[in-house]
Design a binder for this molecule. Structure first.
Ligand SMILES: C[S@@+](CC[C@H](N)C(=O)[O-])C[C@H]1O[C@@H](n2cnc3c(N)ncnc32)[C@H](O)[C@@H]1O
Length: 391
């Protein structure tokens, strides 16, 4: 019989009280998506429990068998360590909640972050997407691709057998929360935002952060030109995780372009990205800038000038985004359900030629993909939807 281990992870304490309330349920949905996509049925018995007054997610993992078992086991640990809220991981002896006592044996998480976590936390500004949620969105989107186990490390293996870094695009990137989540994992990160101030602020932030951490890098805020045309300001950086890797030219690329996302296909090569991940304008603080006006901090303020639903903008932008996605790649979008129902997002993604995960008409009960809706504040109830480009 296959060896089976029961695990529990302590859900990360979130600085955000509202997010902390939803965190165990979101962590369970995230693990359920990974179980469905990346573990070949070897993760079962998922649940949440409270131990010593703290929230844990529990699950059972079948140990892999066969000649590849060590490699599979290593990737398994990488996948669990990549979860957005797996703060501390334990193997469980005894049954949580069974009354007979339970012992937790610490399991060292795999080092899936290449850089200090302050990359994700030091930037603070109005309209920033919660970094734990961003990581969750990135994770479930990569898990939806045809290579879900890529999530465990920086690399993906190309059809010709060579490896390259995963490539993630946030086509409405703001000040780079998604870019930072990709960079910390060693993935190439690219972004687009229509607000020049966001691009400038991110350039200042990343330069300072790279210098403070004494990481070998290049950084440049210049202009993207194509065919003699000026397409917008562009910040680019290349970063070495170690001085040796930098010297060997093995660097991670980061890029943020100031442009309207409906022009995305003009900015990057077709089929370039493995995943496209974005937190769409909420129709509250951020607007769809094609029609928005600016407040003092450069963010849209006058509600009357906003198209509150992001769907018209998404409908316009999606054909370009889909072009930039490789076959088998995936798009993940979060949005405010108070300004647009899920159905509208699903329709927009389907019309763009994508297959929405968890939306098959023969699905009897709502699956994990329907388990991510949560409150952000009075005006924002956030959900996410993920779709794959057919192979
Ligand atoms: C919810 S915010 C994303 C915040 C980002 N995740 C962060 O943490 O900084 C939505 C972003 O969409 C951008 N946006 C709105 N309309 C756009 C358009 N047409 N093209 C590109 N970006 C757009 C806004 O400027 C805003 O930064």
């Amino acid at each position: 019989m296959a060896h089976v281990t029961r695990y529990a992870f302590l859900v990360s304490p979130s600085h955000n009280r509202v997010y902390a309330q939803a965190a165990p349920r979101l962590a369970l949905a995230e693990l359920s998506v990974l179980a469905e996509r990346a573990f070949d049925g070897r993760v079962t018995d998922l649940g949440t429990t409270t131990l010593g007054g703290l929230p844990y997610v529990t699950f059972t993992l079948d140990d892999p068998a066969g000649p590849d078992a060590d490699r599979v086991r290593e990737t398994d640990l990488g996948l669990v360590s990549a979860l957005s809220s797996a703060y501390a991981l334990f193997a469980v002896d005894g049954e949580p909640g069974a009354g007979g006592g339970v012992a937790l044996r610490p399991v060292t998480r795999a080092a899936v972050e290449l850089f200090d976590s302050d990359l994700l936390t030091v930037q603070r500004y109005a309209g920033k997407t919660n970094e734990d949620f961003t990581r969750l969105l990135v994770n479930v989107t990569v898990a939806a691709t045809d290579r879900p186990r890529d999530l465990a490390g920086p690399w993906t293996v190309r059809p010709d057998g060579a490896r390259r870094r995963l490539r993630v695009l946030d086509p409405m990137a703001g000040r780079g929360t998604t870019l930072n989540q990709a960079l910390v994992r060693g993935w190439d990160a690219a972004g687009i935002d229509v607000d020049a101030k966001d691009v400038e602020a991110y350039a200042v932030f990343l330069r300072t952060w790279l210098k403070n951490h004494r990481l070998k890098h290049t950084a440049d805020l210049g202009t993207l030109r194509r065919d003699g045309k000026n397409l917008g300001r562009r910040f680019t950086a290349t970063v070495g995780a170690t001085p040796q890797e930098y010297r060997a030219g093995d660097t991670i690329g980061v890029e943020l372009v100031n442009a309207d996302t409906v022009r995305a296909a003009e900015l990057f090569p077709a089929g370039h990205f493995d995943a496209i991940v974005t937190d769409a304008p909420y129709g509250v603080q951020h607007g769809n800038r094609a029609s928005g006006t600016r407040g003092r901090d450069g963010r849209s303020t006058a509600r009357d000038d906003l198209t509150r639903s992001p769907v018209p903008l998404l409908t316009k932008a999606l054909p370009g985004w889909v072009r930039l996605l490789r076959r088998g790649g995936a798009v993940g979008i979060s949005w405010n359900v108070k300004v647009a129902p899920r159905r509208d997002l699903v329709d927009a993604l389907t019309t763009a030629g994508l297959e929405v995960l968890g939306e098959r008409s023969d699905d009897a009960a709502p699956g994990p993909w329907q388990g991510f809706e949560h409150r952000v504040d009075q005006a924002i109830q956030r959900d996410l939807v993920v779709a794959r480009k057919p192979r």
